[in-house]
Design a protein around this ligand. Structure first.
Ligand code: AMP
Length: 445
């Protein structure tokens, strides 16, 4: 929807429960209705959730993060010292646009915003930081320069926003952004906006800076993952999958392999059989204590073990060089999880291979993921271990398995049998002798 188009079926800004001065500013700017990204992101951000949002320039994304942030700053006043909200943007131009919109939306409040970008007066910017300005909008490079001189106080920061994160990463700001994020209060809320959610750098960054985040995915702009070969191997059942997994781990060439399961129990169950094949395997899941997890990670990083079986949660933040094979023992529950998993391989210039083991009950889930990514994965058969299941017999245009319709026989309606006794026939027309106990439901006449 274009920001200026009006649709009476859509919610209004007032239904988003924003503070009155913000609603006044929105009206003054002529925004009649929230855009889709605003409709979805604002209520979640108002609940103080961390968000990963896919939104492009022109979608109204700036107001989608500014409005809930301003609302937060207005309704939860703080007496603490330092910047309350920091917005990082890749370019000076974008930072200026955000700054302008921030001033417009904060017009009827006392909140103050400042801007820090390269090319402007260094000392003025230092002064602005010292003045306890509530909202700081900055490009990472210049902000870091200032931080090297004297630390701006982000220890009481309440909201950190990374706008156009994918562009920031493409411009080489990854380390700078992480250094800045590390200097911020760890209890803050973080909102990460990116044109695409499938950018490996964005996945990596989301893992590091967000906590229990929600995803708002509005567009389906996806990278091609050209450096990762993606394959599907169909399997009869979990036993068959186990054999396929062992075969792949014994026969593929890789430095480090990462095997994903959907459950901790499944992850544990795979360890024994694989070790039985003399494979150097470790397991990583959320039920393990931190000490054991760290030990596992060290063994894997140092190459003592070269195969890790992990659940999605445990693999968050796992950033280890040399992973060039990812095997999905279980098909992940959705496309975003799939991308997060395969994103562990094929980093930057490395080539990677991602293989999903798919049994019949997972076929539709897998085809949904292919549709989500607008990609068709390569079907592969392991000759030595060919099973009975070869994928669905018939496939719909959507890629899903076409169900085999059973012929439904019309039900025969059984005629109610009425038993006519011989003696009743004989008594037709005769009056029945009254009985002392009438049968239930019958009435004496
Ligand atoms: P952005 O995607 O944040 O760069 O915004 C694109 C343009 O849409 C900017 O000029 C905003 O001022 C404008 N805009 C943002 N939200 C709305 C809205 N709800 N209704 C109309 N225009 C909007």
């Amino acid at each position: 929807m274009h920001p200026n188009s009006t649709d009476t079926t859509q919610p209004s800004f007032s239904s988003l429960s924003l503070a009155r001065p913000l609603l006044l500013a929105v009206r003054k700017l002529g925004f009649e209705q929230p855009t889709p990204v605003q409709q979805q992101a604002i209520p979640l951000a108002l609940e103080h959730k961390d968000l990963l949002v896919s939104a492009e320039t022109g979608s109204g994304k700036t107001a989608a993060f500014l409005l809930p942030t301003l609302h937060h700053l207005l309704t939860l006043p703080s007496r603490k010292f330092g910047t309350r909200s920091l917005i990082l943007a890749p370019t000076r131009e974008l930072a200026q646009q955000i700054f302008k919109q921030c001033q417009q939306l904060a017009e009827f409040t006392d909140l103050k915003a400042g801007i820090i970008t390269g090319g402007d007066d260094f000392r003025l910017q230092q002064n602005m930081l010292r003045r306890n300005t509530e909202i700081v909008i900055a490009t990472p490079g210049r902000l870091l320069e200032l931080m090297e001189q004297e630390t701006p106080n982000f220890s009481n920061l309440e909201v950190l926003i990374l706008d156009e994160a994918d562009r920031m990463l493409d411009m080489g700001f990854s380390e700078d952004v992480l250094t800045i994020a590390k200097s911020c209060n760890s209890q803050r809320q973080t909102l990460l906006f990116s044109a695409t959610l499938t950018h490996f750098g964005v996945i990596k960054m989301a893992d590091k800076v967000l906590q229990n985040h929600e995803i708002v995915a509005l567009n389906t702009l996806h990278d091609g993952h050209k450096n990762i070969e993606q394959q599907i191997v169909v399997a009869d059942d979990n036993d068959h999958k186990e054999k396929l997994l062992a075969w792949l781990l014994l026969n593929e060439s890789y430095d480090k392999a990462l095997v994903f399961t959907n459950s901790r129990i499944q992850a544990d169950a795979l360890r024994g059989p694989l070790r039985g094949q003399k494979l150097r395997v470790g397991v990583l899941h959320g039920e393990m204590d931190q000490k054991d997890r760290n030990r596992m990670m060290d063994l894997y990083r140092e190459g003592e073990i070269n195969i890790m079986i992990a659940t999605d949660l445990a693999a968050r933040g796992l950033d280890i060089k040399g992973i060039n094979l990812v095997i999905n023992f279980d098909v992940p529950r959705n496309g975003i999880n799939y991308i997060h998993r395969i994103g562990r391989t094929g980093r930057v210039d490395e080539l990677g291979l991602a293989i999903a083991l798919v049994k019949s009950t997972e076929w539709n889930l897998m085809s949904g993921i292919e549709r989500f990514l607008k990609q068709k994965f390569k079907r592969r058969t392991i000759k030595e271990l060919e099973g009975k299941y070869n994928g669905p017999k018939k496939i719909k245009a959507s890629g899903k398995a076409a169900g085999i319709k059973k012929k439904i026989e019309p039900k025969k309606v059984a005629k109610e049998k009425v038993k006519i006794r011989q003696r009743d026939k004989k008594n037709v027309g005769k009056r029945r002798a009254p009985t002392s106990q009438p049968p239930s439901g019958s009435q004496e006449q």
